[in-house]
Design a protein around this ligand. Structure first.
Ligand code: NDP
Ligand code: 2IT
Length: 445
């Protein structure tokens, strides 16, 4: 395999899809050696078949606002690969959504889902709809219109969507209500459902909890723990909330949160009622984090900046892609950060990853370190199939074990000669091998 040539060809075929090409390049670079060692992969065209989605659905989503005006957004579902299980992945509602972003997320999801040890293929979807400042009824009408198109192409055994940026419990409820009405079936077709109608305990906090469980394993490899460490978290959404909660529970002090407007620095630590307030802040449908400093006087707001300039031991980027660049990485390294563990999908730029790895900082990619969310979605699917509910402890224990297993897989495939664990390589190789071998077994399809 010649990675540069493949990327060049893909660039010609899909010009301008920079996030997608970035994600593909990272995976191909990691697996190149493993791939070349197995001639069967080449003969079966595994790479050529993996980098293109099985199919893409694009559709128009018309909806009316509270004043009666009509709006049209674009809707997408990208079914990438179902070699190891039905397509599975979230829906993102954010004005920045485009094909490149959803293709990068869908591609990453294949390897992430493979790492969870559960039988799930990879997909992603969403819309350029902006849920900010919309009324509940506007969001409901949008979700209903979105599902009116999507429902033909999803199902509990074919493709199971869930949440992502801008899609939380409320949106999953509206989407599910419409699916149920159209399909006349009450099945586990979506995950992240409400507890009263098929949801799983721990799913809301699972991505953040899993992220911290993973970081805990990383820290253990150097004889460290979360106890008494300072932590910078970015974002103030679902993942940031779960990560802040669990890191605090393990004895760390989380000192930052961030939004598109800047970041909040709270040297007293973001714990207890402050974590609850984060949820309130998100629920206001407002996209700024600044109001935190009016509520809690210990904090200050730093406009237009990322939290990576703060002197911390651990960094958990939990907002969005490419939010931590080379300058941020240099700053963190200069401040002697020991561990950077991605809660978001691809928040660290390739140049920043290189800086962390050169400096032998513990660094884990999202496809391993944020897999707790989709893993718990997998556990929700199992409970739906069995028509049973596990207790909070049962789900949390399973999640914890899955994160330990993912860490172990990364260690097996990523440990370098000097003992440093290259988690990027480890995650990509472990995730790839399972999918590639399944594809080999199933012939050219
Ligand atoms: P939320 O919508 O709950 O929160 C997203 C956070 O990121 C918000 O603080 C949001 O601010 C901020 N954000 C979004 N887009 C941008 C942007 N372009 N620039 C700056 N900030 C931005 O989403 P989640 O917490 O669910 O998702 C966060 C990350 O975690 C994403 O990368 C997602 O793909 C990933 N992830 C989520 C999982 C889940 O189960 N929910 C599972 C695994 C990964 P605002 O909305 O105000 O712009
Ligand atoms: O990026 C992700 O893994 C998610 N948004 C969660 C997907 C899911 O199906 O639970």
């Amino acid at each position: 395999m010649n990675v540069d040539q493949i990327i060049l060809n893909l660039e010609k075929k899909h010009p301008g899809e920079k996030e997608y090409l970035q994600a593909v390049k990272e995976v191909l670079e990691s697996i190149e050696e493993t791939y070349n060692e197995n001639l069967q992969f080449k003969t079966a065209g595994i790479i050529e078949r993996l980098v293109e989605p099985d199919r893409i659905f694009t559709f128009k989503v018309p909806w009316t606002d509270d004043e009666g005006n009509t709006h049209v957004n674009l809707g997408y579902r990208i079914q990438f690969n179902n070699a190891i299980g039905p397509y599975k992945g979230g829906l993102r509602f954010h004005p920045s959504v485009n094909l490149s972003i959803l293709k990068f997320l869908g591609f990453e999801q294949i390897f992430k889902n493979s790492l969870t040890t559960l039988p799930m293929g990879g997909s992603k979807g969403g819309s350029d709809f902006n849920p900010k400042a919309k009324s509940k009824l506007e969001i409901m009408r949008f979700c209903q219109s979105f599902m009116l198109e999507l429902w033909h192409n999803i199902g509990a055994e074919t493709d199971i969507p869930a949440g992502d940026i801008g899609v939380g419990g409320q949106e999953i409820g509206f989407l599910y209500g419409m699916y149920k009405k159209l399909a006349r079936k009450h099945t586990g077709v979506l995950t992240g459902k409400g507890l009263n109608w098929g949801g799983s305990l721990v799913r809301p906090e699972a991505t953040g909890f899993g992220n911290v469980y993973f970081a805990k394993e990383m820290l253990q490899t150097i004889g460290e723990s979360f106890k008494d460490k300072t932590v910078a978290v970015s974002g103030f959404g679902n993942v940031a909330w779960g990560a802040t909660t669990k890191a605090t529970e393990l004895g760390a002090k989380v000192v930052t949160l961030s939004g598109p407007d800047g970041y909040v620095y709270d040297p007293d630590g973001i714990s207890g009622e402050k974590i609850d307030y984060m949820l309130e802040l998100r629920a206001t449908n407002n996209d700024i984090v600044e109001p935190y400093v009016q509520e809690f006087k210990s904090a200050k707001f730093i406009p237009g900046k990322h939290p990576w300039e703060v002197d911390v031991d651990i960094a958990l980027p939990c907002a969005t892609q490419n939010e931590l660049d080379a300058d941020d990485a240099t700053q963190l390294v200069n401040n002697n950060v020991i561990c950077v563990c991605e809660g978001a999908n691809m928040p660290t730029t390739p140049e920043a990853i290189e800086i962390f790895q050169k400096n032998k900082i513990l660094f884990a990619p999202g496809k391993a370190a944020n897999a707790g969310g989709v893993a718990t979605s997998g556990l929700e699917m199992s409970q739906n199939s069995m028509k049973m509910n596990w207790t909070r402890k049962e789900v949390d224990d399973k999640l914890h074990q899955i994160m330990k297993d993912i860490h172990h897989a990364c260690k097996i495939h990523g440990t370098q000669k000097d003992g440093y664990i290259d988690y990027v390589k480890g995650a990509n190789i472990a995730g790839f091998l399972k999918v590639a071998n399944a594809m080999l077994d199933q012939g050219i399809v």
